[in-house]
Design a binder for this molecule. Sequence first.
Ligand SMILES: *Cc1c(COP(=O)(O)O)cnc(C)c1O
Length: 332
Amino acid sequence: MQLSKFPRATLAHLPTPLEYMPRLSEHLGGPDIYVKRDDCTGLASGGNKTRKLEFSMGEALALGADTIITVGAIQSNHVRQTAAAACKLGLACEVMLEHRVQQPSDTYSNSGNVFLDRIYGANLHEYPAGTDFDAVMAEIADEVSSKGGTPYYIPGGASNAVGALGYVQCGVELLSQCEQQNLAFDHIVTATGSAGTHAGLAVGLRGSGSDLPILGFGVNAPQDVQEERVFKLAVETADLVSAPGCVTRDDIVADCNYIGSGYGEPTESMNEAILMLARQEGLLFDPVYSGKALAGMIDYIRKDRFSKGQKIVFLHTGGSAGLFAYSDSLRT
Ligand SMILES: *Cc1c(COP(=O)(O)O)cnc(C)c1O
């Protein structure tokens, strides 16, 4: 695998810390639980998109782009980090925001991530769920070009092979931290949505010869759809880093039983998980992704699917800015 040949913008604080969570581990009475702190990537209050954007933005700059176009839900963490990265690099940012949540509260529509998008001065366009974003994107790109600009499109979650390189690098970084700290994990757990994190991680680990099992907790799609999405992107990413075939279909495992009624819709177990991590470890998780993945991990421990004597690492993908958008619906 060769990552150094890809253009890259410097955006993230790396390496992110790898920390033990003693109080949570004791509280749950199961495995030793560690956290990989990708909530601490630094930009715009942190999160996993910043690692991906180092490569997406690197390519945009290499191609001479001056305007980024991207897409996400109203409370998209990806959009927030993209808007901030565009500011840092002196690029304009056009955003297509999709209304994906049923009957959003006023807070959901205006606080949290979308509030920060406005602070970053991103040009926000809002659309109903199910909009054909390829068509809208083409229109926006035409408009940018007609004014003499050079657009660069970053897909939702920066989840194409270029963006996934950020998580190939994260996999490599984690292995080197394990070596330094003399740690061997039995499992890595992450939230999985637009798939770039899960796919990149799989390539980073398998491409480095690690067989560490990866479990993704899904946040929107059913298991078969999510696993196929991740696998397809992992194959493309493995090809891009000249490690074709390093990830097999069996490497990709997603559990999509903790979504509740839909993407971004609160669940009781997510609410419990967020309060538990805050009160045991002082950490902030998010209602849409990391909170639901934590709920899954906690349930696995309670059901003894992860057990005493094992070591688990949870990849904290960030998103705490989204908490503020859910202040009406989260029980404290
Ligand atoms: C986007 C996001 C994820 C999911 O990552 P994907 O690469 O889209 O699968 C997980 N957690 C948070 C906080 C996110 O913003």
